[in-house]
Design a protein around this ligand. Structure first.
Ligand SMILES: Nc1nc2c(ncn2[C@@H]2O[C@H](COP(=O)(O)OP(=O)(O)OP(=O)(O)O)[C@@H](O)[C@H]2O)c(=O)[nH]1
Ligand SMILES: [Mg+2]
Length: 582
């Protein structure tokens, strides 16, 4: 069978599935299946650039397009998904969460897709879509820039994690100068569950000497081989930045530019030869997980309709009884979560307290030294200058401390969040297992309830802004006092101010960290409760509908059972059709 026949077969099966999903009210699969049909009809292929923050994802996309279209920076930046596909003319549209669209100019992109221009996504952007006249994008390729994972802006990590199931193939960026981090390993493991084709790019090779480069390539290849358990790794060392700048007249730069050309050739080869089968495979995987969900719902409907009323009522009572323990688990989890968060807050306090004492002493020492030196060199030393110096020193020290402290906080936080998400997924699994067991529904051990699973992650972010330091106007009239006395006076005032300023700024950090933790926990708890209640309501709805039907005539009940049986048969046919088609 050629591609078009396979695509046609897959599409006709998915269309049957859509029809079925529309009939079965107890699921919300219909829009998801609809999107899949659209994507397959247009042969839209999601080639997604992934990786930790600041690895150079956005720069690589610009280099592939050959123009600095998307904004890049030295700080974690991209916060919104950007989908770029072929168009005769450049056109950029922002799609908001309420589905409103706005056409913007390239110069305005920064205001929507970056953490700086749109902090914490306060503009409620869903995604950005760009039409771009590049030959590379022809044939339905959608090149997608994602927010980097693992930065302090956890909502960015969340956006990217949520998008993983929609990826057809990935370009996974690593950096030549840094070994892979724990966050990257975890992320790669998650991506592998959904994506069969992954290209690895070892970026920033321009900063390494040729010897260090070969060591870095060998090391990363080895790590990936072990991690993926396979010998063949598609690893492309290159420099996105140099390739984008592609300056002529310098041989080494030309060589680096060539690595990007080689990578583009490999991608082109893939597009021409493998893209279509990968597209079908990825689509089929998504569809199979939707079918598992649908099958569970239809079987539950069938079994509950087939049971005699008395037995059904008994089972409903049993289900409701078991729900008590589910709810108990649920409230125990929130109790555990708040416990874990208080431990984390306690740890933050301790760390800040330790830093406060240390920083107060260090600043006193550093500033006294500076006043002594400046006072001797510069007769015009003013209180304001000294205050400014203190502010600079304090901002520097706080920023250095934050750089060390915040990654530790994130690691601890992600661990708590990860454990909690596993617990919730266990609870969701359990809900289905309880009802499956009560109604004798056979659940295939593979993949179990993957499609029901909670895929969101815990969102949490901390402002990256400067520390707020007010510099009060100078009140002492210089000149009235002798230089020496004046110096001593400045010193005395500022030593006291150091204590206050360190105390106040540590307090602000403490507030910011704990407030963000509590806010994100509250939101998470709300989302989880809604999700669990939604699943329970779905199951109860099926059971109670069946009870009501039992009160109708025998004839009507029987025709309803026949209808559901028929749906199950249709679903099995679709399943078989899929297997034959692919
Ligand atoms: N030396 C060097 N720097 C690079 C290269 N590619 C990107 N950079 C720099 O790395 C920094 C981050 O680049 P971005 O493209 O914004 O990285 P990103 O992965 O998109 O970052 P996020 O959007 O925050 O996840 C910028 O300062 C780039 O100029 C490269 O090949 N070599
Ligand atoms: Mg970026």
């Amino acid at each position: 069978m050629n591609f078009l026949q396979r695509k046609h077969n897959l599409l006709s099966n998915i269309e049957k599935l859509r029809f079925l999903a529309q009939e079965v009210v107890a699921t919300s699969l219909y829009p998801k299946i609809n999107t899949e049909i659209q994507k397959l009809q247009d042969e839209r292929f999601h080639l997604v650039v992934l990786g930790q923050f600041k690895r150079g994802k956005t720069t690589l996309i610009n280099a592939i397009l050959g123009e600095p279209l998307l904004p890049v920076a030295v700080v974690p930046l991209t916060s919104i998904l950007t989908l770029i596909h072929f168009g005769e003319a450049k056109c950029i549209e922002v799609i908001f969460q309420d589905h409103k669209r706005l056409t913007i100019d390239a110069s305005e992109l920064e205001d929507y897709v970056t953490e700086r221009g749109n902090p914490k996504n306060e503009k409620h952007v869903y995604y950005v879509e760009i039409q771009y006249p590049s030959e590379f994008l022809q044939g339905g390729i959608v090149l997608i820039d994602t927010p980097g994972i693992g930065s302090l802006f956890l909502h960015n990590t969340a956006t990217t994690y949520e998008f993983i199931p929609d990826i057809d193939a990935a370009i996974f960026l690593l950096s030549a100068d840094l070994p892979m981090t724990q966050a990257e390993y975890q992320f790669l493991e998650e991506v592998r569950k959904y994506v069969s084709k992954i290209y690895f790019v070892l970026n920033k090779i321009d900063i390494l000497s040729p010897e260090d480069l070969s060591e870095s390539v060998a090391y990363n290849r080895d790590v990936l081989r072990k991690q993926l358990g396979k010998d063949e790794i598609d690893l492309y060392p290159l420099s996105a930045r140099v390739a984008l700048e592609k300056k002529d007249g310098n041989n080494s730069i030309n060589k680096l530019y060539k690595s990007l050309i080689d990578f583009k050739i490999a991608l082109k080869y893939f597009f021409e030869n493998e893209r279509r089968s990968v597209l079908l495979y990825a689509s089929e995987q998504r569809i199979r997980s939707y079918m598992l969900e649908l099958r569970f719902v239809i079987e539950l409907e069938l079994k509950s309709n087939e049971l005699p009323l008395k037995d059904l009522q008994k089972k409903i009572v049993l289900f409701e009884n078991q729900l008590v323990s589910v709810h108990k688990d649920q409230s125990q989890f929130s109790y555990l979560l708040s416990g874990e968060l208080s431990t984390l807050e306690h740890w933050i306090n301790e760390e800040l307290e330790e830093f406060k004492v240390l920083e107060t002493n260090i600043l006193k020492e550093k500033l006294s030294e500076w006043i002594d030196k400046e006072g001797n060199n510069n007769g015009d030393l003013s209180l304001n200058e000294a205050r400014q110096k203190l502010a600079d020193m304090l901002i520097d020290d706080f920023n250095t401390w934050r750089k060390l402290f915040e990654p530790k906080l994130i690691t601890k936080y992600e661990k708590v969040a990860g454990e909690f998400i596993n617990k919730i997924n266990g609870l969701i699994d359990n809900l289905h297992k309880i009802s499956g067991k009560l109604f004798d529904i056979i659940i295939e051990p593979y993949n179990e309830f993957e499609s029901f699973k909670w895929k969101k992650t815990f969102t949490y972010s901390v402002e990256d802004g400067a520390l707020f330091l007010e510099i009060e106007p100078m009140k002492i009239i210089k000149g009235v006092l002798s230089k020496k006395v004046f110096k001593r006076k400045i010193q005395k005032i500022l030593m006291k101010e150091i204590e206050e300023k360190v105390e106040r700024n540590c307090g602000r950090l403490r507030y910011e960290y704990t407030y963000s933790l509590q806010e994100s926990a509250r939101k998470f708890q709300r989302d989880i409760d809604t999700e669990v209640e939604h699943i329970i309501a779905g199951i109860e709805n099926i059971l109670h509908q069946a009870v009501n039907r039992k009160k109708e005539s025998e004839h009507e009940l029987q025709s309803q059972i026949d209808l559901i049986r028929n749906r199950l048969t249709k679903l099995k046919e679709i399943e078989q059709g899929l297997t034959v088609a692919l």
